[in-house]
Design a binder for this molecule. Sequence first.
Ligand code: NAD
Ligand code: UDP
Length: 335
Amino acid sequence: MLWSSLRLKPTFQAGFNPTGDTDMRKSALVTGGAGFLGSHLCDRLLSEDYDVICMDNFFTGQKQNISHLIGNPYFELVRHDVTLPYVCEVDEIYNLACPASPVHYQFDPVQTTKTSVHGAINMLGLAKRTKARILQASTSEVYGDPEVHPQPESYWGRVNTIGIRSCYDEGKRCAETLFFDYYRQHGVDIKVVRIFNTYGPRMHPNDGRVVSNFIVQALRGEDITVYGDGSQTRSFCFMEDLIEGFRRMMQTPKDFPGPVNIGNPGEFTMKELAVKILEITGSSSNLTFLDLPQDDPKQRRPDITLAGEALNGWKPTIQLEEGLRRTIEYFRTQV
Ligand code: NAD
Ligand code: UDP
């Protein structure tokens, strides 16, 4: 079927209510909804009485993340690839579909760029036709290997266009460009959030990102794989704080599109992270030092001044120690 033949009629949009149903819940589409963050967002939206459509192609997502929602009449699961057009009528779209771990986004880099770019075009087109508000899960990777530290939203970044991380970084940067062009050119109601390293329960044990790798290795008594000398830094946000930031961002006025950094400014070296995880798990695993991957950013910390001002005093409430404990409890049930 031609995409043009799928165009929606003007009446067939958010708020369309032919049956006169009085249970007019707000509705949301979450792309990447079976992933780590997407599944927590689905939970949160359902807890706020939303009608939720979860779209995922299960590249890195897991059915286990959303299995507890199957049977809820306000939850629909759709297997679909965001690079292909999708039609529905919702009030809000949260565009999270994209592998986030370097191991997974580098597995099929062409598909990664397509996911960010074609996915953004498809979801922005849907938002334009249905007048839905749309949030983009952007990333601190738009800052690349930053020379400005901490990173404010005004920093344009230092990104390699041709490296192994570029499919993700440039895909997300292009998605931001598309969001702001749809905002200026078509008046689409956009919200762009730049997420800094977020962790928590429901990360896949084989996700490949540092927090889940170190925890799984510690629990299995395997060597902890520190890349490089472990002096590079990251700032880790617990997923609950991030989801709260998403929800607050979605409630800001239309003339505030962002971008807004969401993250926890607590900054740690990867060696410090490894030691903390060993302490909390009580593991006797050893650290092993492996090659640092190409273009691995040396430092990263969000400037969250804007988030505090624009998102009604938002700030992270769960610090690394507590977040790690909760994540470790989860992984004890998985490995
Ligand atoms: P994740 O890998 O657990 O979730 C991504 C989800 O998207 C998965 O369920 C995956 O199957 C799905 N997906 C991938 N390609 C798709 C496609 N073409 N069509 C439909 N679904 C597709 O990762 P996450 O940490 O939950 O990340 C969610 C979003 O947040 C991603 O867009 C990511 O770039 C962004 N983000 C996350 C972090 C973080 O630290 N967690 C940081 C910055 C940005
Ligand atoms: N890292 C590590 N060991 C691992 C996985 C990652 O030392 O097993 C390092 C990686 O080199 C990077 C940091 O941890 O410096 C964060 O990596 P991650 O893949 O979690 O996310 P990134 O912020 O690099 O996208």
